[in-house]
Structure formats: structure tokens, C-alpha cells
Design a binder for this molecule. Sequence first.
Ligand code: 4AD
Ligand code: MG
Length: 464
Amino acid sequence: MERTNTPIRKLLNSEKLNKEVIVKGWVRTKRGKKNVNFIALNDGSTIHNIQIVVEVDKFDPELLKAINTGASIGVKGKLVESKGKDQNVEILAQEITLYGEANPEEYPLQKKGHSLEFLREIAHLRFRTNTFGAVTRLRHAMSFAIHKYFNDNDFYYLHTPIITGSDAEGAGEMFRVTTLDLNNPPKNGDNHVDYSQDFFGKETNLTVSGQLEAELGALALSKVYTFGPTFRAENSNTPRHLAEFWMIEPEMAFYDNEDNMDLTEDFTRYLVEYALEHNYDDLEFLNKMYDNELIDRLKFVKDNTYERITYSEAIDILEKAEQRWEFPVEWGVDLQAEHEKYLVEKHFKRPVMVVDYPKDIKAFYMKQNDDGKTVRALDLLFPKIGEVVGGSQREEEYDKLYTRIKELNLPENDLWWYLETRKYGTVPHSGFGLGFERLMLFITGMYNIRDVIPFPRTPKNAEF
Ligand code: 4AD
Ligand code: MG
């Protein structure tokens, strides 16, 4: 059959009836009557199926027998108004090509309503479900909207390296990259592994963040952003953590942390608006199936401003809250999920941006405040998810940055190039990192981060 098939999404919205069309896709269901069969066909272009009406006596019975749930077919036929109540249009089949059968005894997606856990075990087939179709289309839409937003706002897309020699977050949660023979590595005089004989002549890892390199770009191109995979070997088996996740990191010269907050708010609201405007069908499906407050929550974020508070104010609120904490609250502790949830869902009932965290719980590069205790950090907390954005103004003063690196015993040798930008034409600058899968949790209403990325990487899990 010719390749000129039309996406089902377009046909369902088409008003050009009684024309010959071609569709190709995968059979969701086939209902049979004696004289007519009804095939629900989906090609991934929309959550909705198109109905194919098949007059049984016009086709080879063997062909029709092979058209089962999961089979792939092409149909040439006439697009007509539907007599059924579930759809406006349908296709009267004139010619059918069977591309691939799916044995009904074996194909695992026979019925509807499989558990998400089961679908994770068949990640190679779960794209064929309504849920993963919707999530995948939304992931695409959000990726596109992210590039569009930055392009429209004079940012340049910067490709930062996946393999790095530095630990951007200084947290030591890195996956090593090596070609050494792990069973028999070369050793130096101290009986330590001799990385000078490794592929890059030094220790290298998968990046945890593109920020440090993005800063180099911003200090020349003014506004840049990265959008790429990042890797963290933290052993967090939670519904919010992946070992491989995608991060969007804008970095802006001449921005202070106030400007940074304005951008964080405008950018994330734009993405929510984009999804509501362009992917409503998929959101409606997810709202019905998984989270019946999803659309209301997205509309709320679209229509309301975010709260802005300091860490110290947050601690104050939490200390006064009539609530038992699993993790006790006092000035200096990091905010845990339960605290973030309280601030966002109970106290403010809206997204919250928290700034000025204690310097001891944040990364070395953050701009130090004059109080000597806090840094100009910025976290954005969203309902249901908690932290979706982490960012800060950066320390642009050479001496302060150098002293902090020394205090924390970070390897100065790996950061010399970063320090040099503070020697030559340094400027105040800021940026943040949006966790793409955390954003996707918010946009889709899904609960587990494993269900918003096609092939999740988590501890003890890298099958597909
Ligand atoms: O707060 P983080 O660690 O900040 C940075 O990496 C900075 N370098 C960003 C910057 O300023 N350019 O991570 C940023 C975001 C978090 O807010 C969270 O949304 C997400 O990345 N994130 C994860 N998402 C999934 N799985 C994990 N293990 C994550 N760790 C962080
Ligand atoms: Mg963070």
C-alpha cells in the first residue's frame, strides 16, 4: 500500500468527507458482527482511535481472522460521517494490508487496565497503551516548548559534555567512565589505580549537571541553556529519583537572583500553558484515569503567581505548624519532602520559591550573602512533586569562590578553568536546573517518575 497515510489525529478533525484516505497503525480492538467488523485503529498521533468499518464479504476471511489486537495494518477507504455516537467520522474499508500479526495467545496487551508496574516490565511494548501514548506526546510537546521559549527569549542552546572530569555539584554521586580492565587495573606506587593510563589520562565521570560549562557560555553569549541527560549515582529508590534524567539549565549573565526567580516563574508557567493549549485531549485522558485534579491544578498554576519566601521564613512556618515531622525542623536542616509538601499544599496552596538557604547544605558555587550564613539559592516547589527547580545566583568574586572551594576540600585542579572566568571579565550571573521528569510528573499527573521517561534507569534496573 502507498506510503501516503494521513495521521489519524488529522482525519478525526477533518471535514473533508467522502474522500479516499489511507491510515496505518495498530489494532486496539476488533468487534465482529456477522456482516460487519469494527476495528479501532491507533497510530500514536492521538489518544483517540479511528473506527474502520469492514464489510465482511468483501475481504478474505483468513485476512480478517488475522486482524487481532496488536496487529499492524494499513487501510485504504472512504472517510465518512459515522452513525455511531462515539465518533464523528469513520473509514469504510476498501483495501486492507496486514503488516504484522500479533498472536492473541501471546500478545500481552490484550485487555485494558494493566497495572503501571506490569507495564514497566514490558517497557518495549508500553508505548502502545493509551497512557504511554499520552505521556510520550506530552514529553515531546514539552521538549519542543522548552526550545521555543528559549529561542523566543534570545537564549542559545549549548551542548555541554556528557563525560566530564569535574563534579559540578560537589556531591560525589557520579558514575565512573573508564576503559581500564577492572579485573586487573594498572596501579601506581601507592597501590592506587593509575588513572593516567585510562582513556582520557585522568579520572572521568558521567556529568551530574551541565551548569559549570553553561556558565562559560553565558559569560560570552549572555543567555544560554542546556537540555540534556544527566546522571546521578545516588541510591534513592523513590518515585521522584532517576539515575539518568534530563535537565534543562538556563544560565544568564547580568541576572541576580530576583531576575532568576522571575525567569523561573515565567518559564514554568509558559510550559503549563503550552500543555493546556496544545495537548488537552491527552490531559483529559490522564485527568480521567490517574488524577482527577490534574487539569484544575494546571489551570491554577497558569492563573496564579507563585509565593516567594526565604528559607528562614520557611523554617519559621514549619516550626509553628501543628504537624508531626518525621524529620525534625530547625534552622540549618535541608527541607525534606514532607516539609515541601506542607508549604506548598497546606500553607500557601500554590507553587513556592524558596531562596537564601544555609550555605552548608548547598553547592560551592552559590553566591554568598553578607550574613556569612546563607547563599543565594533558589528552589521551586510544586504541588504533589516538591522540588522541580534548583538554582542560584553564582559566586562571581574570585576570592570568595576560591576560598569556598578550599574550605570544602574540592579538587582545585579540576576547576581551574571555572575559576578563570572570575579572573577575566567576571559579571553577576544566575541560572537554574529544571528536572525534566519532575516537570513531566507535574504535567501528566503521574505518580512515579519511572512512568514519565521511556526507559527508566534506577538502582538495579537497566533492562531495556
Ligand atoms: O538541584 P539540582 O541538584 O541542581 C543542579 O544540578 C544545578 N547544577 C542546576 C543549576 O543551577 N543549573 O538539580 C536540579 C533539578 C532538581 O530540582 C530536580 O528537579 C532534578 O534536577 N533532579 C532529579 N530528577 C530526577 N532524578 C534525580 N535523581 C534528580 N536529581 C535532581
Ligand atoms: Mg536541588
